[in-house]
Write a protein that binds this ligand. Structure first.
Ligand SMILES: *Cc1c(COP(=O)(O)O)cnc(C)c1O
Ligand code: SF4
Length: 356
């Protein structure tokens, strides 16, 4: 058991102060890390950079797993006809701006374009940062749309990162949604517990308690992101009765390795975050250098099953192009299928007949 899980910090810089101290310019970054400012200038003209001091403090190795997630790379400018800014058709499936209605019972509501850091592998690279500005009027229109759609049972707050809204704006939004009779659930998708855990303050947790049932899914991509600060943020949310899930993106040079992935999933369980999805990286323009084959993902999933708690095994998901939605991908366990029996392999590779 972790011994020194502490309560949320009440001293030290606030999350707003940390955010304000972020590295956002090529000049500032090239003074701290060995990177070419001219390369940074070219990339950041297209895609914004923000590396906050907390996440920067975790970057210890050039081109290592944390570096790759936050330091711009010239490969972001590589074009490839197979990659698009919006292959999942989020924009065409938005009945009002900032709200994707793809599935009958739930909507994805992008309430902020800001993030605690700008992940280089982001699947919404087209709209995070200044390019995606979300106004109060956008949020009001989204809420009005949800109110008008009685089939919507769940609202997923996303972005950008919804927890970059101030506590006041978040509270106002949650209470508006909470008052809509057909909305049963609110889910928040955030990276702050891994990218800026100081955002999870006692005030925020106390406010969240009032909007139960509230679910939070967090992006964690590498075991090194599970620091004492991240653990403290997650366990305080869990103590407030908020079920936590993780959404991990399968990323080349970050976590495309069975042992790293198993370490991550085990550490998540210890901080009471239940692995939910492992996302195959989408074919997004500017992220080619992060993409792995689907065989890599299946090999990782096959490695996890049987070797660790089933509670720590996420679904491996691909998101279909043109708004087809997400489907799970499984390792191939079935060898043969005849009328009377299945021939299957177990996690060690041993073959069994299973009667039908
Ligand atoms: C991923 C996604 C959801 C949520 O899907 P779940 O499988 O319920 O996690 C909802 N809407 C859109 C547009 C999505 O991309
Ligand atoms: S926090 Fe999420 S939305 Fe923001 S840059 Fe990272 S992946 Fe994209």
């Amino acid at each position: 058991m972790p011994e020194n899980i502490e309560t949320l910090p009440t001293s030290g810089p606030s999350w707003q102060q940390l955010l304000a101290g972020s590295i956002v310019t090529p000049e500032a970054l090239s003074e701290i890390l060995p990177v070419d400012p001219e390369m940074l200038r070219r990339v950041t003209q297209k895609y914004p950079m923000r590396i906050n001091p907390y996440f920067l403090s975790l970057v210890t190795e050039k081109n290592g797993p944390l570096w790759r997630q936050c330091v711009p790379d010239i490969d972001e400018l590589t074009t490839d006809p197979a990659l698009e800014p919006d292959p999942l058709w989020e924009e065409p499936q938005s009945p009002v701006s900032n709200l994707v209605h793809r599935y009958p019972d739930r909507v994805l509501f992008m309430v902020s374009s800001q993030c605690a850091m700008y992940c280089r592998h982001c699947m919404r690279k087209r709209r995070v940062g200044p390019a995606g500005q979300v106004t109060d009027a956008d949020i009001d229109r989204g809420v009005a749309y949800i109110r008008s759609q009685s089939g919507v049972r769940e609202v997923i707050l996303s972005g950008g990162d919804p927890l970059l809204l101030t506590d006041d704006r978040m509270e106002r939004l949650l209470s508006q949604l909470h008052q809509i009779p057909h909305v049963d659930l609110i889910r928040i998708h955030t990276r702050t517990p891994s990218a800026l855990p100081q955002r999870i303050t006692g005030d925020l947790v106390a406010m969240f308690r009032r909007f139960s049932p509230l679910y939070i899914n967090i992006q964690f991509n590498h075991p090194d992101e599970i620091t004492l600060a991240a653990a403290t943020a997650c366990t305080s949310l869990a103590d407030a009765g908020i079920p936590l899930g993780s959404q991990t993106v399968l990323l080349k040079g970050v976590n495309d390795d069975p042992d790293i992935m198993m370490d991550l999933m085990r550490k998540l369980l210890k901080i009471r975050v239940r692995p939910y999805y492992l996302h195959h990286a989408d074919p997004i323009e500017g992220t080619r250098h992060f993409r792995t084959s689907m065989e890599t993902g299946k090999r990782i999933m096959a490695h996890l099953r049987g070797r660790m708690s089933g509670m720590g095994i996420p679904y491996y998901m691909i998101d279909l192009p043109q708004g087809g939605g997400k489907i799970p991908v499984l390792p191939d366990y079935v060898e043969r299928k005849v009328a009377s029996k299945l021939t299957v392999r177990n996690f060690t590779g041993k073959v069994y007949d299973y009667p039908q």
